[in-house]
Write a protein that binds this ligand. Structure first.
Ligand code: ZN
Length: 181
């Protein structure tokens, strides 16, 4: 849960980072930047900001903003009906991103969120810079973390059904509750 004020502050911060990254958005779009704390209540540590630019019955385009050292929790996009699940390409626009997938432990630059070893099982680290991109197959588990300057990424994918995403952390609630003070 986050407060309305926290949501607004995060939206403004994210909009500013998008601007710095050379991505122009309207004020209306800035006001609908999704701020996700994944129900964990510590947005700066674990969370993400996302603006959906395209969403049809078949494809989705988003820009993701991660604040400095913010971690997007380990998850995967499961099959839904006859759809094998979201296939996604992430492309870094600005900042450094530490990306984790299945494979040999090579974690070095990034870090596991304190006390949450069980919630971050993937330790194969890929260090991504602007213009680097990665393709994730449907159902492929992943998590990511921004470097100390934060990061902006594009996400190009088949249809996104965020509410159905699965997370390793059992305490996660994908739909963020906003509390009016
Ligand atoms: Zn994902």
């Amino acid at each position: 849960m986050i407060t309305r004020k926290e949501q607004q502050t995060a939206q403004e911060h994210a909009a500013e980072m998008l601007k710095q990254a050379g991505i122009t958005i309207t004020e209306k779009e800035a006001a609908r930047i999704e701020v996700a704390d994944f129900g964990l209540g510590h947005l700066e540590k674990e969370g993400a900001q996302a603006l959906t630019l395209v969403q049809t019955d078949r494809i989705s385009v988003k820009v993701l903003v991660l604040f400095p050292l913010q971690t997007l929790p380990e998850h995967w996009h499961p099959p839904v009906g006859t759809d094998p699940g979201k296939e996604e390409t992430l492309r870094v626009i600005s900042g450094r991103v530490f990306f984790y997938i299945e494979g040999q432990n090579s974690l070095k630059e990034g870090f596991i969120v304190e006390g949450k070893e069980d919630c971050y099982t993937l330790r194969h680290e890929i260090i991504m810079q602007p213009a680097d991109q990665i393709l994730l197959a449907p159902g492929e588990k992943h998590w990511l973390q921004a470097g100390d300057q934060g990061a902006v990424l594009y996400s190009f994918s088949t249809i996104a059904r965020d509410a159905l995403d699965q997370f390793t952390d059992p305490h996660i609630d994908r739909i963020t509750k906003i509390m009016d003070e």
